[in-house]
Design a protein around this ligand. Sequence first.
Ligand code: ATP
Ligand code: MG
Length: 359
Amino acid sequence: MDNKTSDPNWRVIVDAIADPAAVIDQSGVVIHLNPLLADLFPRARVGYSVSLISREPALLKAIATARGGELRSIVQLHDRVPVERKLTAIITALGVDEFEFGKPAFLTVFRDLTDQERHAQLRADFVANASHELRTPLASLKLIVETLLGAGRDDTASKDRFLGMMAAQADRMTQLIDDLMSLNRVEMRAHLPPQDTVDIGELLAQVVQALEPLADSNGVNLALLPILDPIRVQGERDELNQVFLNLIQNGIRYGYEGSSVTIDIKQTHAPVGGSRTAISVADTGIGIAADHLPRLTERFYRVNASASRAKGGTGLGLAIVKHIVSRHRGELLVESELGKGAVFTVLLPTMPKPSVFDV
Ligand SMILES: Nc1ncnc2c1ncn2[C@@H]1O[C@H](COP(=O)(O)OP(=O)(O)OP(=O)(O)O)[C@@H](O)[C@H]1O
Ligand SMILES: [Mg+2]
């Protein structure tokens, strides 16, 4: 037996490769595979043909090409079972002259492109959605300008109405850009834990005060339930402000004359992981059907796009909320039933020793 190839070191190197990798012999039999490959292809086995990894003819052909003297060949594989995925395989000939069974002849490294492609797709969808959202008010603006320049030129009575409509469309575009920028800012800071300390009761009192005029004009009853002791959380004031502004605004916006929005702040004591503060925003408005719930925090997702747009919504509010809450190591829970209102609960880790700040 030649001991060189049974030297364990090359196996350690293959195990250390940060991608799924297998070493195969001249006849296409797998002689070693790393843990990542075992995860990616649970059917792959040492001592069996590489065709257990993938039956794709392109892979077998690429190995044959490498056997024919090519140093390196790259193939794209499209697996459909057990799940649909796209992979790249890079086959490198290890430069063995003699044909010998059971000896390393090729290194095959795989790269799963599925995630990468999904991200590219999400990005493309996002750009398409954002452009569409901007194009809608822009098209309205253009139409109004054309009317003012054409048929409406001498219609002084309608002029004010048209100018008002133009201002509303311009506001809509500004709102959309502001929301996009704030989503971007939150995403860029996603990995940085917030540093400040925020008195959550005080913050909510301010948000409620700021939204009272909107609630009044919609005929919605807005109430913040009192709390006994101040509760402090580690967080960024501006970001948390945005979270509750969005949630309470939604409660008002998707309510109706006579419905209510109630905010309740509670401490929850978990046996593990420390205590958390639960802030719930409960409304008695139109509610959300169960099939929409899982998608609510997707960018631009709206149950009824035209109704939301009519109320000045961009569909980015909850996407921003979700990002901010996760940056705060918190959780966002939604419970709702169509026609029965909705409860959005934000759970945030409470500051461990509030007494320190009382000094
Ligand atoms: N409290 C609620 N009651 C009923 N439906 C809601 C409620 N909150 C959110 N929704 C639904 O979820 C959708 C997404 O909400 P989100 O806050 O992300 O966007 P938006 O309110 O349409 O716009 P904005 O970006 O201005 O917040 C809304 O369009 C609405 O259909
Ligand atoms: Mg909203």
